[in-house]
Design a protein around this ligand. Structure first.
Ligand SMILES: Cc1cc2nc3c(=O)[nH]c(=O)nc-3n(C[C@H](O)[C@H](O)[C@H](O)COP(=O)(O)OP(=O)(O)OC[C@H]3O[C@@H](n4cnc5c(N)ncnc54)[C@H](O)[C@@H]3O)c2cc1C
Length: 414
């Protein structure tokens, strides 16, 4: 078989951003996907993603901006930390966070790829390492973007970069009616977990996306395991009680009587073990494979960065690939070093936020509660993970920000 272009395995945000960018740059690309666009529009809710500035900019550059509809963009973020009294602030987001059900966004991106003449190969559900090895023979290089349940045997866990060996949160993600929209809402219940809520464009129009991140063994965990199908009313009632107790700012916006999940398929329960994998594999065909997105790094969604990072890494990989080969191990090592500049910040930040906040981070919260400039800076850090981690990882930087007075500015240009 003659090698032909680049093979991309997996049609999530990482694989599609990569395939669309390679296509745009004139690189021959074949996309291997488990599902057609129509199949992707069915099925269970996969996540509740907020996409930030850089990701949206990349999609615009691809001519693939979708569902940026009024109401689904959050230009404010309210942070609320439960306590007596609660610590609260609202910041203005310079470039709105955008939330759309990935069962709409991802097939729209796939349609863009095929409508523009992209080569799509539909494969049997969840093919493994043997298939990736086989497909690699037909390409100069293969990129695996098949998500966290991916062909993990090709990409072993990187112990040095993976501090956790089990999930740090139990998750309940869902789409709901009956919550009055009020921008992005991030609620911390110390010792119990976090609850995120935002307006989101769904298959039923505008609704609310909400994610409960429960610390295992804590009082929030039972609701993340509660069955909706067994007793939908009890599920909704329990959820309302949980919100009243742990996220009163969401609870006060609930319209009683109309609040509830859109449907049984609009709920997702589970847990994620954060992991960084070896991103480069040598295959028996003599080719090399690169892992991007969740196939490389799966973080807990506590900082809302995974999809944004997958999009970033895909873009970095596409630029490098379009620059030309040889696509060997050295090439891939230099690509992954470039990707790690952002991926490292995201990973360390996400892992740190699974622990109780450090004293200097708490000091930042406290200042933001009384200083609008700091509140704005804080919420915009979610669009800039490198700046975010530069701040959150460094008490001296926080001290400098606190000393800077009103209108502090980000310490890192990115
Ligand atoms: C509840 C929740 C909330 C989240 N919130 C946010 C957020 O606010 N912001 C954010 O940025 N991120 C968030 N994330 C993370 C985000 O969803 C993921 O990081 C992102 O979707 C990963 O994209 P991906 O393309 O790498 O992988 P995936 O989305 O998993 O896509 C991989 C694709 O590959 C396919 N596939 C798998 N195996 C194969 C195979 N062998 N051959 C062919 N195809 C295959 C799969 O079917 C899938 O379509 C959240 C995640 C969860 C669970």
């Amino acid at each position: 078989m003659t090698a032909k272009g680049i093979g991309v395995v997996g049609a999530g945000i990482s694989g599609l951003t990569l395939a669309l960018r390679l296509q745009q740059l004139g690189v021959d690309v074949t996309l291997y996907a488990e599902s057609s666009a129509d199949e992707m529009r069915q099925g269970r809710l996969p996540n509740t993603v907020a996409r930030m500035r850089a990701t949206r900019d990349r999609e615009r550059a691809l001519g693939s901006e979708h569902f940026a509809l009024a109401g689904s963009l959050s230009d404010t973020a309210k942070i609320s930390i439960k306590g007596e009294p609660p610590l609260e602030f609202t910041g203005t987001v310079n470039d709105p966070f955008h939330a759309v059900d990935f069962r709409l966004l991802i097939p729209a991106l796939l349609d863009d790829f095929t409508d523009r003449g992209g080569r799509l190969t539909l494969v049997a559900a969840s093919p493994g390492a043997a298939e990736v090895e086989k497909w690699s023979a037909g390409h100069e290089m293969i990129v695996v973007a098949a998500g966290r349940r991916s062909v993990t045997e090709l990409f072993p866990r990187d112990e040095a970069r993976s501090p956790y060996d089990r999930p740090q949160r139990s998750l309940l993600a869902g789409l709901y009616t009956g919550i009055t929209p009020a921008g992005f809402s991030y609620n911390v219940s110390p010792g119990c977990g976090e609850i995120f809520q935002m307006p989101m464009w769904t298959r039923d129009g505008l609704a609310s996306g909400m994610l409960i991140e429960a610390i295992p063994g804590g009082p929030l965990e039972p609701v993340t395991r509660l069955s909706y199908l067994d007793d939908p009313r009890a599920f909704t009632r329990t959820l309302e009680q949980v919100l009243a107790e742990h996220a009163p700012r969401i609870a006060e916006r609930i319209e009683h009587g109309s609040f509830g999940p859109l449907g049984p398929d609009d709920l997702l329960q589970g847990a994620i073990t954060p992991v960084v994998r070896e991103p480069v594999a040598r295959l028996s065909t003599g080719r090399v494979a690169l892992a991007v997105g969740d196939a490389w790094i799966t973080n807990d969604p506590v900082t809302g960065q995974g999809a944004n990072l997958g999009s970033h890494c895909a873009w970095v990989a596409a630029e490098a690939i379009a620059g030309g080969g040889p696509y060997d191990e050295d090439f891939l090592r230099s690509v992954t070093a470039e990707m790690w500049k952002v991926a490292g910040a995201v990973t360390e930040w996400s892992n740190a936020f699974l622990q109780p906040p450090a004293e200097h981070v708490f000091a930042l919260f406290a200042r933001a509660a009384v200083d609008e400039g700091m509140a704005n800076l804080f919420v915009n850090l979610f669009s800039d993970p490198v700046a975010a981690w530069a701040v959150f990882s460094d008490p001296a930087r926080v001290d400098a920000l606190l000393a800077a007075g009103p209108e502090p500015s980000l310490p890192v240009a990115s």
